[in-house]
Design a protein around this ligand. Structure first.
Ligand code: SAH
Length: 223
């Protein structure tokens, strides 16, 4: 777990960020820790300069290579689902590093984050951004995240920010006892954010549909 220090970060105005947090509360985000971390994370750092003035709008934004940075609501919601469904998540795996924004939110909440990305230039930019924020409790892998990260698992939480058609068996296998997997599932125009909870240490999984969402697809292989 790391805390951000803001000297020289050049955050946008406090008012803009307070408005974003108010919007998240109106949309039903309740977890104070999640709200606080989102309020303190410079989302504009995760976008190219031409788009950074839109960083605090409630919208998904392009990050190049046909990929998007999820809207703040979705980042908040997935993070809150993780915290609300595990007593104390310490080890978290993220599939789809993208800009690194969700990674940076997770890195401020849990002890260690492992993150997998299949597009190398996105991964290296994300790595630079997190280093600049001095978030060092993150491990990066350039690979097809559909296979998880077997030799580092199992994980208390797995968050996928790309949508497979159905849940990969490798991800289920890497959920620790009492752990959770939060993942959008389904074809492009019909995805459901899904929560899978592993009950105890048995191979018992309880699945719950949370809400319809729109994510980029989980694409097999690397580029
Ligand atoms: N969490 C990101 C969201 C990026 S969009 C953020 O906060 O910016 C989803 C990301 O998943 C994209 O960068 C895409 O390249 C990646 N992705 C898609 N399929 C993947 C796969 N099989 N393995 C790893 N990453 C994948």
């Amino acid at each position: 777990m790391s805390e951000l220090h803001f000297d020289g970060i050049g955050m946008t105005s406090k008012r803009t960020r307070i408005r974003m947090i108010q919007r998240l509360e109106e949309q039903g985000i309740r977890n104070g820790k999640v709200l606080q971390i989102i309020a303190n994370t410079p989302r504009h750092w995760f976008l190219d300069e031409a788009l950074s003035h839109r960083a605090y709008e409630d919208t998904a934004l392009p990050i190049g290579h046909g990929q998007t940075l999820s809207q703040p609501y979705i980042v908040a919601r997935m993070t809150e689902l993780l915290l609300d469904n595990h007593p104390a998540p310490r080890r978290v795996l993220e599939i789809g590093t993208g800009s690194g924004y969700q990674t940076s939110v997770l890195a401020q909440l849990v002890e260690k984050v492992w993150t997998v990305e299949r597009i190398r230039p996105l991964q290296s930019k994300a790595r630079d951004r997190l280093a600049r924020l001095r978030l060092y409790n993150v491990h990066y892998k350039y690979a097809d995240g559909g296979f998880g990260w077997a030799d580092q698992g199992p994980f208390d939480g797995i968050i996928s920010t790309a949508a497979p058609i159905s849940i990969p068996a490798d991800l289920l296998a890497q959920i620790a006892p009492d752990g959770v997997l939060i993942i959008p599932v389904g074809p492009e125009h019909n995805q459901q954010l899904t929560l899978v909870k592993r009950e105890g240490s048995d191979d018992q999984y309880r699945q719950k549909i949370i809400e319809p969402v729109r994510f980029v697809p989980l694409v097999p292989g690397v580029t």
